[in-house]
Design a protein. Sequence first.
Length: 183
Amino acid sequence: VVPYGAGTGVMGGAVSMDGGIVLDMGSMDKVLDISLEDRLARVQPGVILGELDKLAQVGGMFVGHDPWSQPVASVGGAISTNGVGYLAAKYGTMGRQVLALEVVLPTGEVVRTRELPRNVSTGLDMTSLFIGTDGVFGIITEATIRLFPQPEERRHYALEFPSFPSGFFAICRFATEGIIPAM
């Protein structure tokens, strides 16, 4: 069984081999809950990233995952491929924004992973088993993802350096100083 998201095909494609089944997740497109207080959204895998971002923005939040395909890419596809967007330097890959999952295992069992902060020693991180594995270990049917507060201001700068090493060392200095640009 191969899960099929929004079909952007950026990270790969859904191909059924040897008589397999392609499972279209597109109709599982409900935003189940947005908690502004907890800064999270609970959604089904077919929710389009851009639509979720628009809903979050109404409450002064935003989705930290922003690939160029955001207007058409699904949350489940982004999680299943551990997608990277323009803001990944600051907010991380899609997988780093996932707090909990509901997954159907190949046996048909439904598993819910725990919604716990990553910095807490809580034993095996079951959520990570399903991120970036394209549905090999189970098919995501619900995800709880982190939302971020809208920045007060955004500024865009382009900097030119005389050489690659000087630009690289400037980025290293940013990191040393604790400055993490969003892009």
